[in-house]
Design a protein around this ligand. Structure first.
Ligand code: PEP
Length: 256
């Protein structure tokens, strides 16, 4: 039985006051909500504050990060290591987000190395995959997702996906308000799961596959009604406590 995960990617947004307000609001909204894991990924600068606030509130919200680098320590100016993320209580680490692939030229192979590095340090990779609008129109969606996944599977074996999270995020749906329909998303999720099942049915059955791309309280229920959609990676709506909480509640209701 897969446990749904709703994760908020705050991107480059926040201030001390905003972090405090949002965590307070989320804790209040999510009190008593069971059957869903909820994680937030604030900018790394605010992990310390978030860890303190979550600890003080004895919150069940999991802490995540939006990135990790590929070195453990040393002369790597500006880098962030897995142990540093762990030091601040972060467990779920987003890698391969399309914004990093695009603005930081991160290749499939580079993202796969991050995946291995996180696993080596006992952290949960949240591996983002997904196609551009042009690839979607050319009918290449499944092939693109398979290629991005195979960068991990071919180097680390399919079992490496055990305990990891996959986030299917069509790039054209991210931050655009142009969400994939629930039926289309389900079709792609099923194809991703089938691709993994060809290597291991057991891994495919257990791996959490989130949908991401303009998920809002208004469309969340339709996604979570789909059998292969196990939660959501949420950007814009994760910055508003009641919207993000409503998405988490929809997942808890649909999946339990
Ligand atoms: C994202 O950035 O991962 C994302 C899904 O953003 P949004 O929800 O704003 O589309």
């Amino acid at each position: 039985m897969r446990r749904p995960l709703v994760m908020g990617n705050w991107k480059l947004n926040g201030s001390k006051a905003m972090v405090a307000d949002l965590i307070k609001g989320l804790d209040a909204e999510l009190a008593g909500v069971e059957g869903v894991d909820v994680a937030i990924a604030p900018p790394v600068m605010y992990l310390d504050l978030a860890e303190q606030l979550l600890g003080k509130a004895e919150s069940k919200i999991l802490l995540g990060s939006q990135n990790v680098d590929l070195n453990a320590s040393g002369a790597f100016t500006g880098d962030i290591s897995p142990e540093m993320l762990k030091d601040f209580g972060a467990t779920h680490i987003i890698i391969g987000h399309s914004e990093r692939r695009e603005y930081h030229a991160e290749s499939d192979e580079f993202v796969a190395k991050k995946f291995a590095f996180l696993k080596e340090h006992g952290l949960v990779p949240v591996l983002c995959i997904g196609e551009s609008e042009a690839q979607n129109e050319a009918g290449e969606t499944v092939a693109v997702c398979a290629r991005q996944l195979d960068a991990v599977i071919d180097t680390q074996g399919v079992e490496a996906l055990n305990g990891a999270v996959i986030a299917y995020e069509p790039i054209w749906a991210i931050g655009t308000g142009k969400a994939a329909t629930a039926d289309d998303a389900q079709r792609i999720h099923a194809a991703i799961r089938a691709h993994i099942a060809a290597k291991s049915e057991e891994v495919a059955k257990n791996v959490v596959i989130q949908y991401g791309g303009s998920v809002k309280p208004e469309n969340a229920e339709a996604y979570f009604a789909q059998p292969d959609i196990d939660g959501a990676l949420v950007g814009g709506a994760a910055l508003v406590a009641d919207s993000f909480a409503a998405i988490a509640k929809a997942a808890a209701k649909a999946k339990n």
